[in-house]
Write a protein that binds this ligand. Sequence first.
Ligand code: 6CS
Ligand code: FE
Length: 311
Amino acid sequence: METRSDDFYPTRLERPIPPFDRLDPVVYSQGADRNRGPLTENELAQYERDGFLVFDNFLDTDTVHRFRDDLRAYEHNDSMLRSEGTITEPGKQEIRSIFGIHQLSERFDRLTRDPKILDMVHQLLGSDAYIHQSRINFKPGFHGKGFDWHSDFETWHAEDGMPRMRAVSFSIALTDNTPFNGPLMLVPGSHKTFIPCVGRTPEDHYQSSLKKQELGVPNAQDLRRIVDEHGIKAPTGPAGSLIIFECNTLHASNANMSPWPRSNLFFVYNSVENLLSQPFCGNKPRPDFLGNRSDTEALEARSDRSFGRTG
Ligand code: 6CS
Ligand code: FE
């Protein structure tokens, strides 16, 4: 398949090509705009260096409990269980993920418009932003399977047509993230390198990849090299903790062998300057709940009080 002239990050190739340096800034805001927001210069420098930031106790306990009550309701809601955006664990009935959560729940939608969160997003993306994707990964006790190593941007570029690296994920722990229940693992500094992957993307790939990702996983040699260079971090923290990670930061998580769920909320902000084009893998676009194309208005802060304590 011919590589498009607007494809700066070729991937899902027939033959491997070496990883290369990212072509985009990590923090887009400049000058006075850079420091107009809750993230300090130290935090911005750390995000540029590592590709992620961790804040314990971003959400207060009461707020977390209200979100968790919603989760329990979803697990017993038949129409939710049957919706296309609900993904179960391979071969099981347990819920693995629910996508499009901000369109299902006013509480989640309000959180995506929290003024402190949006101020951080504007500092990082240097522009207005909208929600590209939202989800809850439930990772239930005993049965929650892992997520193989990947860069979200590699998938969003290939399968959603996201042109450049100008998106950021906010992940909020709705249950304690401990060393034992499959916390998110991140490779600090990996966001600075794009690792092209091999393999033709089948149509409707998401119907298998969201259960177990095979394509878009870097090969062992590239993985070993980047992990040997940068190591692995697995931030743990109480329910309410926040991890902000750049769209190209390599991450994974192990299966949950503990009795305790590791349920995390993820919402992804994409710059309004980085709207999705046609998928670079050549397939038809994925459904809106994976790669939002229909609601790309700039998000306005909409909360009489902020959820977040940071800054
Ligand atoms: O395909 C996607 O968009 C999803 N896949 C993974 C493994 N992480 C990002 C996203 O949830
Ligand atoms: Fe991911």
